[in-house]
Design a protein. Structure first.
Ligand SMILES: Cc1cc2nc3c(=O)[nH]c(=O)nc-3n(C[C@H](O)[C@H](O)[C@H](O)COP(=O)(O)OP(=O)(O)OC[C@H]3O[C@@H](n4cnc5c(N)ncnc54)[C@H](O)[C@@H]3O)c2cc1C
Length: 390
């Protein structure tokens, strides 16, 4: 046993693994169908998520969520990462930062139905000229009587086609907080929101990433989340959570790749011997396993630190350390797996080919590797080695 876990942790891990193992046989079909599962299959797995009580594992129990510890969530997300084509995203993790700041109206209208699995959300933050530098967003929110009027064009809005509402981040144009960020929650079908276009991306998943235009979108002030000026804080909290879960999913992907590539290496004959007997192949697998364990230890320890109430700045740094290392590790592992599979590794029906494309974005979204390095080095100079990894 490489890592200590409670009985309950192991049960959760096993249930998640079994769920994903049952999804894996559908990957190829999904790859050929734009990432979509046949209706009957999707419905069956969605019912299983409901039966497990896993509609919102990251939400508090008292609100009807799963109440999982951060560590348990990481264990589940690690298994989610083992399937390609985002098939296991149906184990949904809604905005965990929201209940703490949502008004009663927002709780009733969006948060509670989301926890019940009736609604899904998406994020409209990035813009054509503002990605890493979120502060450069040009989207605006103008106070007009009891309403706000929202304008802007948002890029890469993941899951817009699979969701009912969105978070919109804009800069206030008037009032005492002019120039500050504000975050709004609004339904996807609010008048004034249109899809500019839906670009194609490297991966084949059912969740699209359209470019959205917001033209004079009028929402009551009750759609403002928290207070004017709070927008960036919410984004940071979500980044922290997602960065850790990206780390977990990358560990799952790497595990699957190592298992599949080593199984293939034992069978595949070249020059009269299984390729697993050649050092060139063995060393690639050894490096992959070594790096996977390091990434897994980082992921688990960071998650447990959060559960133990670690200082939030240290959490922030450790989530970046984990995301940086795990995402780059998984990309190296995928590259080696393609190489081990040889020509088969370049075929879309092969797991290594799919992961080779799919894992690339893990080094980009929720903050690129370069941005993680900026955060880590900033924290290093502020807090020192001992505080971050001691
Ligand atoms: C598939 C996909 C889904 C996404 N989903 C969403 C979503 O749902 N909602 C949303 O709001 N956004 C989403 N994004 C946006 C994503 O978060 C951004 O793409 C990411 O933050 C990088 O921003 P950018 O693409 O504008 O690149 P840029 O910020 O323009 O960066 C370009 C390059 O410059 C580097 N760079 C930038 N600044 C520095 C610096 N200071 N030092 C060193 N290097 C630097 C970057 O690392 C990168 O290599 C998604 C993106 C993708 C690809």
């Amino acid at each position: 046993m490489a890592y200590p876990m409670s009985e309950q942790d192991r049960e959760i891990q096993a249930a998640a693994r079994a769920f994903v193992d049952d999804l894996i046989p559908y990957e190829n079909e999904a790859e050929r169908n734009g990432g979509e599962l046949p209706d009957e299959v999707r419905t069956r797995f969605e019912a299983r998520v409901r039966d497990l009580g896993w509609e919102a594992i990251n939400m508090p129990k008292e609100l009807g969520g799963g109440g999982f510890t951060t560590f348990q969530q990481a264990l589940v997300q690690e298994q989610v990462g083992r399937a390609t084509n985002a098939l296991a995203w149906m184990i949904h993790t809604p905005a965990s930062w929201l209940p703490k700041v949502a008004s009663d109206f927002q709780m009733e209208r969006w948060v509670e139905p989301t926890i019940r699995g009736e609604l899904r959300e998406c994020y409209a933050i990035t813009e054509e000229a503002a990605g890493s530098d979120v502060d450069a967003i040009a989207a605006t929110a103008e106070r007009d009587g009891d309403d706000y009027v929202l304008n802007g064009v948002k890029w890469h809005v993941t899951s817009f086609n699979q969701s009912e509402y969105l978070f919109f981040q804009g800069k206030l144009t008037n009032g005492p907080n002019a120039g500050a960020h504000a975050m709004f929650i609004l339904d996807n079908d609010t008048p004034g929101i249109t899809v500019v276009r839906t670009p194609e991306y490297s991966h084949t998943i059912a969740h699209h990433h359209p470019i959205l235009a917001f033209e004079n979108v009028r929402v009551p002030a009750s759609h403002l989340i928290g207070h004017e000026g709070d927008g960036m804080g919410f984004a940071h909290e979500w980044f922290r959570y997602e960065r850790l879960m990206i780390g977990a999913r990358c560990c799952g992907a790497a595990e699957r790749l190592i298992e599949e590539a080593s199984a293939f290496a034992k069978e595949r004959m070249a020059y009269g011997r299984p390729i697993a007997e050649y050092e060139g192949i063995r060393f690639m697998l050894a490096d992959s396993l070594t790096e996977l364990w390091a990434a897994r230890l980082m992921t688990y320890r960071t998650a447990q630190g959060i559960d133990e109430g670690e200082d939030v700045k240290v959490q922030h740094a450790q989530c970046s350390l984990t995301k940086l290392f795990a995402s780059e590790m998984a990309n190296r592992v995928a590259d080696r797996a393609v190489q081990i599979f040889g020509g088969r590794g370049y075929m879309r029906e092969n797991v290594a080919e799919r992961f080779y494309r799919e894992l690339r974005v893990e080094r980009i979204w929720e903050g690129t590797s370069e941005i993680q390095r900026l955060i880590i080095s900033d924290q290093l100079f502020k807090r020192g080695v001992e505080r971050l990894v001691g």
